[in-house]
Write a protein that binds this ligand. Structure first.
Ligand code: UDP
Ligand code: MG
Length: 314
């Protein structure tokens, strides 16, 4: 059986105490799993000795590539650049803090072998403070409800992708955690496996509660783009029409109120009707504007690589 080439992409920001050990353990695992592999560390502008440790590793190990940012750009950017440089048939992402256990690599591969295109980790026994776990539970509940995709731990940094999935989408903002959702909507097969998770031994977590807020905004955008992204005009025009349908009613009531003195507040009803009318127009124009924007650029992005062209030639 032909064994796929494996790339492991690891974003690291101030992980000086972890990179050496992680590299050793990942290499050990990959040795038994793949004939060919690469480990891509993306140093996200670390201020500690991470980069110099990575240089040492790279000198000794020709399978290791290091990409380094001049300053901290965030995990999503690090992953995105890592993906660009990954040449494997299977591409893993994992955190660089030793919380994800390289022993799981083979379990991801086994799941992919069952015919899935993307396998997402689920930290069942999560070793993080409760202040982090609770918001995460709520967040994942929302993700499942809004997307209809049964993923329990979209924040999990430990995932495996077939190359096609990674090529499909631009990762920006906090979008990396939605790749399973986007992939699902594109028709790829998504699976989940339970993974063990360790307490962070060295270094500090880089994230606080603000991640939840950004995550929610991105969830909204992703849901919109995948469900409505090709025709936002329909949604806007629908809202506009709904508002507009109140206008004749409001106008009739205002006139009746003015003539018959029903409430004495006919001017307030008149103003509300007028504002509803204006809002309806504005929403309509916004929808039209976004449709024009899509026409000039967006369609290309949204439909990027969502199909394959098959031919008889190998
Ligand atoms: N990370 C990164 N850039 C950042 C923040 C984090 O590359 O701006 C890396 C970090 O070094 C680690 C992974 O992303 O390898 C997960 O970060 P962290 O452990 O801080 O998140 P947590 O596990 O607390 O959710
Ligand atoms: Mg961590």
């Amino acid at each position: 059986m032909e064994r796929p080439k494996i790339s492991v992409v690891i974003p690291v920001f101030n992980e000086e105490g972890n990179v050496k050990e992680l590299h050793r353990r990942v290499t050990e695992e990959l040795g038994t799993l793949a004939d060919e592999h690469e480990i891509i560390f993306v140093d996200d502008g670390s201020k500690d000795a991470t980069l110099s440790r990575l240089r040492t590793i790279m000198k000794r190990d020709p399978h290791t590539k290091v990409i380094t940012f001049y300053r901290n750009f965030g995990k999503a950017n690090a992953l995105s650049v890592g993906f660009e440089h990954a040449t494997g048939d299977i591409i893993f992402t994992m955190d660089g803090d030793l919380q994800d256990d390289p022993v799981e690599l083979k379990n991801f591969l086994r799941k992919l072998d069952e015919g899935y295109d993307i396998v997402s980790g689920w930290k069942l026994n999560r070793q993080d403070p409760i202040g982090k776990r609770l918001p995460s539970l709520l967040f994942n509940f929302l993700v499942r409800k809004m997307s209809g995709v049964n993923v329990h731990d979209s924040n999990c940094g430990f995932k495996a992708y077939r190359r096609e999935v990674v090529r499909m989408v631009d990762v920006y903002g906090e979008f990396h955690r939605y790749l399973p959702l986007i992939a699902h909507w594109r028709g790829f097969r998504v699976a989940e496996i339970r993974v063990r998770h360790h307490r962070r031994k060295s270094g500090r977590s880089k994230y606080g509660i603000e991640r939840l807020f950004k995550g929610l905004m991105d969830l909204f955008t992703v849901t919109f783009l995948t469900k409505r992204g090709r025709s936002p005009f329909y949604l806007f025009a629908g809202c506009s029409a709904l508002l507009m349908s109140f206008v004749p009613l409001g106008a009739a009531f205002t006139v009746a109120d003015g003539l018959l003195g029903l409430t004495g507040f006919y001017w307030a009803f008149g103003l509300a009707t007028y504002l509803t009318f204006l809002s309806s127009l504005v929403i309509f124009m916004m929808g039209f504007g976004s449709e024009l924007m899509l026409a000039s650029a967006g369609h290309r992005n949204i439909t990027k690589n969502h199909y394959r062209v098959l031919s008889g030639k190998k």
